[in-house]
Design a protein around this ligand. Structure first.
Ligand SMILES: Nc1ccn([C@@H]2O[C@H](COP(=O)(O)O)[C@@H](O)[C@H]2O)c(=O)n1
Ligand SMILES: [Zn+2]
Ligand SMILES: [Zn+2]
Length: 613
C-alpha cells in the first residue's frame, strides 16, 4: 500500500530544497564579499558601456595552461549575458564589439582547411553589436570568402567595413559587410553613427582590396556625404570599430580624427583598435578616446562613457579584464559558478570540448620536459628563448624537397620573428601547441649568394633604421618608435628608461606583493590602474625583426656561394636588404627557388618526437 505521509514528506522536502536554493541564489547573486575575488578593481558603469575583443586568433578554448586566461568562449558568453542583464536593469547600454583577426594562432582555428571552419561558428555564438575585419581574414582567399559568406551573412548589418572589399565571381568589388551603420541604442536611445576600418594593409589576396583610410577620406565622396547627411544634431556618439593600432606612433586614426572633428567639433567619439596586440587607452581630446584590448583571449576591454558630466575625470573609464572565470564572476557580481553560467554559455563550452576532441587537439605528440621556451621573457640568447631553440636546434633540421636545385655546403635560414606567436610550455606537446607556436604554413625559398652578402641580410633587416612592421611580433611593433614613452608600454620593458618616481614606486610595490600573479601592468593615458587584476609586472626583452640560423664554416672566403633560405612571406624584405647592399642578383637567378613546403610546426613536432626537449 502507498503511504500518503511518505509522499507528503517527499513533497515538503522537495519544496524546502527549492526554497533553500532560491535563498542561496539570491545571497550569491547580490553578495560581493568573496575574499578570493575581492582584490579586483571594479568596472565603472555609465550611460553607455562597451565590451571589446580584438585579435582573438582562435583562442576560444581559453589558455589551457595559464590559469589567468583560462576561461573559454562559452564562459565569455555567459559573462556578457550577465553584464547585459545588469545594463538592462539600470537602463544603461552595453555594446559588444570585435576588431578582427579571428584565426591564425591556435589549433582550434588552424588545424582545419580552410582554417576557421570550426572556430568561427564558435566565435559567432557571441552576440556582437558591431564587428570588423582584420588582416588575417585577408591573407588567403578562402578565409575572405568564409568571412563574406558566413560571418557577414550571420551578423548582417552589424559587420562593418568602410575600406575593405570582396571580389564577387563576376569580378565586381563589394563592401565586406556595410560601410556604415546608423542606429539608436536600446536603453538610452542614443543616436550612433559607426564605421569599420582596417589599417593600410597591402598583402591582401587577389579576391579582396584594401583602400587606405586616407584614400577613402580624400578620394571617395561617399564618406563625407555620409558625414554630411548625419550632422551633429543627429549624432550623439561616433563609433569607429577598427583593426588599426591606436598608438600615437601609427598615424591613420589621427588623420581620420582630424577630419571627423571638422564635421563634429565636440561630438563624443569612441575608437576601438587592434592589430598590435597590446592593452592601451588613448585620450585624443576631451570628447574622444580610443581603446585597444590586447590579444589571444587574454583580455576583454571595457570602456564606459558618461555623456552628460561636465567633469572630464568622470567622463571615461576603462578596464582590461583578465580572461578568467574569477574576473567574469566578480564583474557579474555572481559568486557561484553554476548560477553564473547561462544555458547558451554551457552549450558553447561543450561545443568547444567536442570540437577539440574531434580535431584531436589534446592528443599528445610528445612532451616538453626540460623547460618553458619564451618569446621575450628571457633574452634572445638565453637557452630558454624560443628563437634560440629554433635557430640552434629546429631550423637546422630543414632539408630541401626540391631535387632540381643546386645546394651548397653552407646555409643561412632566416625567419621573421612575427611568425612565432606564443611561448612553448613544459608538458604535453599537442597539435594545438604546434599551431600556438607557429601557425603559418609559409613556403621556404632559396637564393644563392656570396657568403659575405648573405651574412649581412639579417643585421640589415634588424637595423633600427628599418621599421619592418610586418616582420616583428605584433606587440613589439611600437617599441622602436616609442622610445620616449616607454612608461606607456603595456608591460614593463627592460631596461625601463624614463619612469617617473611615482611609476617607480608602483613597480616596487607590485614586486613587493609576492602573492600577485605575473601579468600585464598597463600604463595608458588614464594612468596605471586599468588592469582589473593587479599583477606583478613581467619583463619583456627586445626581439629583433628576424633571426637566423647559420650553418657556416669558419675560414671560408666571403665570395664562397652559400644558400640563403627564407619564408616566401619575407621575400620583399630580403630583396630590399639586397638593394641596401647594392647587390644585384644574376639575371638567371633573380627569382628565389622553391626549397621546401615543410611547415615549421612539423619540424618542431618531429624534433620533439624524435629527440625530445
Ligand atoms: N603568412 C604569414 C602571415 C603573417 N605573419 C606574421 O603575422 C603578423 C601579423 O599579425 P597580426 O596578428 O598583428 O595581424 C605579420 O606581421 C607577420 O609577422 C607571418 O609570419 N606569416
Ligand atoms: Zn592580430
Ligand atoms: Zn592584425
Amino acid at each position: 500500500m502507498f503511504d500518503t505521509s511518505v509522499y507528503r514528506n517527499l513533497v515538503l522536502a522537495f519544496l524546502a530544497l527549492v526554497a533553500i536554493s532560491q535563498v542561496y541564489k539570491l545571497y550569491h547573486v547580490y553578495s560581493n564579499n568573496n575574499s578570493q575575488i575581492s582584490a579586483l578593481r571594479d568596472l565603472t558603469w555609465s550611460d553607455i558601456n562597451f565590451i571589446h575583443t580584438t585579435d582573438t586568433h582562435g583562442w576560444y578554448s581559453g589558455h589551457l595552461n595559464q590559469k589567468i586566461y583560462s576561461a573559454d568562449w562559452g564562459e565569455f558568453i555567459s559573462f556578457t549575458s550577465r553584464l547585459k542583464e545588469i545594463a538592462n536593469e539600470n537602463n544603461q547600454d552595453l555594446l559588444l564589439i570585435d576588431s578582427g583577426d579571428r584565426h591564425d594562432g591556435n589549433g582550434l582555428s588552424d588545424v582545419t582547411v580552410p582554417n576557421g571552419v570550426k572556430s568561427l561558428p564558435i566565435f559567432m555564438k557571441e552576440d556582437y553589436d558591431l564587428l570588423t575585419i582584420g588582416n588575417h581574414e585577408l591573407y588567403l582567399w578562402e578565409n575572405s570568402r568564409q568571412e563574406y559568406e558566413v560571418l557577414i551573412e550571420h551578423f548582417k548589418g552589424n559587420y562593418l567595413s568602410s575600406n575593405v572589399q570582396f571580389k564577387l565571381d563576376n569580378g565586381t568589388f563589394v563592401s565586406f559587410g556595410d560601410k556604415f551603420k546608423y542606429f539608436t541604442t536600446p536603453n538610452q536611445k542614443l543616436n550612433v553613427l559607426s564605421f569599420g576600418f582596417l589599417f593600410d594593409f597591402d598583402r591582401f589576396n587577389d579576391h579582396s582590396k584594401v583602400t587606405s583610410i586616407k584614400e577613402v577620406i580624400d578620394n571617395e565622396p561617399w564618406f563625407k556625404e555620409i558625414l554630411k547627411s548625419y550632422p551633429p544634431d543627429k549624432v550623439d556618439l561616433l563609433l569607429l570599430v577598427t583593426h588599426v593600432p591606436i598608438s600615437r606612433s601609427w598615424p591613420e586614426l589621427y588623420y581620420l580624427h582630424t577630419v571627423l572633428r571638422e564635421f563634429y567639433p565636440t561630438t563624443k567619439i569612441q575608437y576601438f583598435g587592434g592589430h598590435s596586440h597590446i592593452r592601451d587607452f588613448i585620450v585624443l581630446d576631451p570628447n574622444a578616446t580610443a581603446l585597444q584590448s590586447g590579444r589571444y583571449c587574454e583580455t576583454i576591454g571595457w570602456t564606459s562613457i558618461n555623456l552628460t558630466t561636465e567633469k572630464f575625470d568622470d567622463r571615461y573609464s576603462r578596464t582590461y579584464i583578465d580572461f578568467n572565470i574569477d574576473s567574469f564572476q566578480h564583474h557579474s557580481k555572481i559568486t557561484t559558478k553554476s548560477l553564473f553560467d547561462t544555458e547558451r554559455g554551457i552549450e558553447v563550452s561543450n561545443l568547444i570540448k567536442t570540437t577539440r576532441k574531434e580535431l584531436k587537439l589534446n592528443d599528445p605528440i610528445g612532451y616538453v620536459k626540460s623547460s618553458n621556451y619564451y618569446i621575450d621573457y628571457v633574452p634572445i640568447t638565453d637557452s630558454k628563448n624560443i628563437f634560440h631553440l629554433l635557430t640552434k636546434k629546429i631550423l637546422p633540421t630543414l632539408v630541401t624537397e626540391n631535387e632540381n636545385i643546386t645546394t651548397h655546403d653552407e646555409r643561412i635560414i632566416i625567419i621573421n620573428t612575427g611568425s612565432i606567436r606564443y611561448d612553448l610550455y613544459k608538458g604535453a606537446y599537442t597539435i594545438d601547441s604546434q599551431y600556438i607556436v607557429s601557425p603559418f604554413e609559409n613556403l621556404w625559398v632559396k637564393l644563392t649568394l656570396p657568403k659575405g652578402i648573405a651574412i649581412q641580410i639579417a643585421p640589415i633587416l634588424n637595423d633600427q633604421g628599418y621599421i619592418a612592421k610586418h616582420l616583428t611580433p605584433p606587440h613589439h611593433m611600437d617599441d622602436a618608435e616609442n622610445k620616449n614613452s616607454l612608461k606607456r608600454q603595456t608591460r614593463f620593458r627592460y631596461p625601463v628608461l624614463d619612469l617617473t618616481e611615482a611609476d617607480k614606486q608602483t613597480i616596487k610595490n607590485s614586486k613587493k606583493k609576492a602573492k600577485l600573479t605575473k601579468g600585464y601592468v598597463t600604463f595608458d593615458d588614464l594612468g596605471h590602474d586599468g588592469d582589473d587584476t593587479p599583477h606583478k609586472a613581467v619583463v619583456n626583452f627586445p626581439i629583433p625583426n628576424v633571426v637566423d640560423s647559420q650553418e657556416l664554416k669558419k675560414g671560408t672566403p666571403n665570395d664562397e656561394l652559400v644558400d640563403l633560405v627564407f619564408y616566401d612571406f619575407i621575400q620583399k624584405d630580403i630583396f630590399w636588404a639586397l638593394q641596401q647592399l647594392n647587390y644585384t642578383l644574376e639575371e638567371d637567378s633573380n627569382e628565389p627557388e622553391f626549397y621546401s613546403k615543410k611547415y615549421l610546426g612539423t619540424l618542431l613536432n618531429e624534433y620533439i618526437k624524435d629527440k625530445g626537449l
